[in-house]
Design a protein around this ligand. Structure first.
Ligand SMILES: *[C@@H]1O[C@H](CO)[C@@H](O)[C@H](O)[C@H]1NC(C)=O
Ligand SMILES: *[C@@H]1O[C@H](CO)[C@@H](O)[C@H](O)[C@H]1NC(C)=O
Ligand SMILES: [Zn+2]
Length: 451
């Protein structure tokens, strides 16, 4: 009898505690939702179900023999606690791997046993994410606060585009391709409206976690409208620009609200989610460098162009490639500092390989001169890794857009931050990316691509 009473009391105490703690948390945060720097409340996603990466390590490993490669291919297949940034493929290759805290001992033992050369780049990945989340301004701030010293929610980016349309009604219009899988609009802008102009299309944010891409896209929009540099003004005057900062809006939102490392869209497949939209395009789809397993980061989808986001983009390009004379397609990604042209699915050369190679080299030289950063240029297949179903291959081969590049922006291939680029690097990264685009467009113009 006595025991029963005690248990009963304990149960109530527990229930009360469960009830009281969330209430306290809610009150504390409610008063402080606008605070950016506050650690518990202003931080993006606080109070929601959010992935954490405490004491996750980033290793950079090098493969010196076939046995090590086979071992790591096997390891990637069987473990969901190791996030590979690329696949093990060839001797001499260096690969970054994010290792879950509970696998650190295991993993370190494996490296030792099989004598892999390696470095630990980061010891606690969550610290990078925490720092990054403090660089995000609150979702509902006024769009006049938009800048290139912070990262911004989807809503703020869209509000900012509307604001720019109001500010520059003659030069900028907002375009809406329609909704994503989860019902978010896919919006972009058209800058310039001279019907005689050739057009340049910039796609950004297809991979959700690569936040520097949307930041760079909005920087370019702003530069086109507001730069006092004559070279930029000339480009704004002589070309029409289509810029879509967030072509994967569901994924982008998810990185703010639930998991900073999310890459794909949010399509549901039983127990897991997401198609890699940059493996979903209908050009040599599912032929190389993609997965048919929905749990994988590079899942190509159940069929070519299965995803609404892919379909929206394809439809827009198909409808406008002739009408708007779209001659250049740039896709913005991070990280690795690379300027790549087609193909991704084969090492065979495109018909204008020499030109694209030349423009890419000029662009990386221009970046080097501007910021001292090294960007490697070349065809995608040989420069980063083979992959099929990418938007750039489709834009070039299927839509017939002759100048097509995929940029991997900062940081370097052995970055300690992976996709979590510090906000102080937004401005220089965006500036050097725009310099590269300018260089490519000017060089292509000289070769007669926009005649
Ligand atoms: C250009 O941008 C600067 C800095 O953001 C701003 O102060 C200025 O008003 C802008 N100029 C125009 C013409 O919009
Ligand atoms: C994708 O390719 C893999 C490997 O060749 C194959 O097993 C799979 O059936 C393909 N998926 C589809 C939907 O065709
Ligand atoms: Zn990417």
């Amino acid at each position: 009898m006595e025991i029963h009473r005690i248990l009963h009391t304990l149960k109530w105490q527990l229930r009360l505690r469960l009830l009281v703690i969330p209430l306290l948390t809610m009150t504390a945060c409610g008063a402080n939702t606008e605070s950016v720097s506050d650690n518990t409340c202003g931080v993006v996603g606080a109070g929601k179900d959010q992935a954490r990466y405490d004491h996750y390590r980033i290793y950079n490993v090098q493969f010196d023999n076939e046995e090590q490669i086979a071992l790591f291919q096997q390891l990637e297949k069987e473990s969901d606690s190791l996030t590979f940034i690329g696949h093990a493929r060839e001797i001499g290759q260096k690969l970054s791997i994010l290792v879950a805290a509970h696998r650190v001992a295991d993993f370190a033992d494996l490296l030792e046993t099989y004598k892999l050369q390696h470095r630990v780049l980061t010891y606690n990945f969550q610290e990078k994410i925490d720092r990054n989340m403090r660089e995000v301004l609150p979702e509902h701030i006024d769009a006049s606060k938009y800048d290139w010293q912070h990262f911004f929610h989807l809503k703020t980016i869209y509000d900012w585009m509307d604001r720019m349309a109001a500010k520059y009604p003659d030069q900028l219009s907002v375009l809406n391709l329609g909704s994503s899988t989860q019902g978010n609009d896919i919006k972009g802008v058209k800058v310039g409206n001279n019907p005689a102009n050739k057009a340049i299309f910039i796609e950004s944010g297809i991979h959700a976690r690569e936040w520097i891409a949307p930041a760079t896209a909005t920087y370019i929009i702003n530069e086109l409208l507001n730069s006092t540099d004559e070279r930029v003004q000339k480009l704004a005057k002589n070309y029409n620009w289509f810029v879509f900062p967030c072509v994967n809006p569901d994924g982008y939102k998810y990185t703010f609200e639930h998991d900073r490392m999310w890459r794909k869209n949010r399509q549901l497949f039983g127990t897991c989610r997401g198609v890699d939209l940059n493996r979903n395009y209908p050009d040599h789809w599912n032929s190389t460098g993609s997965s048919s397993d929905p749990t994988r980061y590079d899942f190509a989808g159940p069929s070519a162009a299965s995803e609404l986001e892919t379909q929206r983009l394809i439809e827009f390009i198909r409808e406008n490639v002739e009408k708007e004379q779209i001659k250049t397609y740039i896709a913005l990604h991070s990280y690795s500092q690379m300027l790549m042209f087609p193909y991704g699915y084969t090492k065979e050369h495109v018909s204008n390989y020499d030109d694209l190679q030349e423009f890419g080299k000029k662009a990386s030289a221009a970046i080097k001169a501007e910021s001292g950063r090294d960007y490697v240029s070349g065809n995608l297949y040989e420069t980063i890794y083979p992959s099929s179903g990418g938007s750039m291959d489709w834009a070039h081969a299927e839509a017939g857009i002759p100048i097509a590049y995929t940029f991997e922006l900062r940081g370097p291939p052995d970055s300690q931050d992976l996709f979590i680029l510090p906000a102080v690097e937004i401005q220089p990264t965006a500036s050097e990316a725009f310099t590269a685009i300018r260089t490519i467009v000017e060089a292509a113009a000289e070769k007669g691509y926009y005649k």
